[in-house]
Design a binder for this molecule. Structure first.
Ligand code: THU
Length: 135
């Protein structure tokens, strides 16, 4: 089941725009209603304005009507500057956005070069998340 997006992620890596780091990242997310959204990292010559694949996938979902709490699963694959597929875990900023948009319930699947997944709940990856309920 969890291996189902591996091939799609390999193809999606080619859409990544990462001329500065050479590190391509692709992400696919699944939502409660079965909808699937894609994202890649998009770098910028003004480095800090770079955006990660996971957040692009989630922002894409939100743009298409997905509501807070409806993100269920996040799949990730990366490719380094030598062209090798490699496992990447979401950065801190992406963990925040995944936690918030899944109401702390998403499962994160990080593929390695063999298509094997490391599976973690977002609450494991970001304990004591700040979900905005206090605001
Ligand atoms: N990157 C992601 O897209 N997702 C992650 O979880 C880790 C980092 C991107 C950002 C930047 O374009 C490149 O990888 C190197 O940091």
């Amino acid at each position: 089941m969890s291996k189902q997006y591996y091939q799609a992620l390999i193809e999606l890596l080619d859409q990544s725009y990462a001329p500065y780091s050479g590190f391509n990242v692709a992400s696919i997310i699944e939502c409660e209603n079965g909808e699937v959204f894609k994202g890649v990292n998009v770098e910028s010559a003004a480095y800090p304005t770079t955006i990660c694949a996971e957040r692009n996938a989630i922002h894409n979902a939100v743009t298409h009507g997905i509501k807070k709490g409806e993100v269920q699963a996040v799949y990730i694959l990366a490719r380094n500057d030598k062209g090798q597929l490699i496992r990447a875990f979401p950065c801190g900023s992406c963990r925040q956005v995944i936690a918030e948009q899944s109401s702390n319930n998403a499962t994160v699947y990080c593929y390695d070069e063999h298509g094997e997944v490391a599976e973690h709940s977002i609450s494991e990856l970001l304990p004591h998340a700040f979900l905005g309920d206090e605001l």
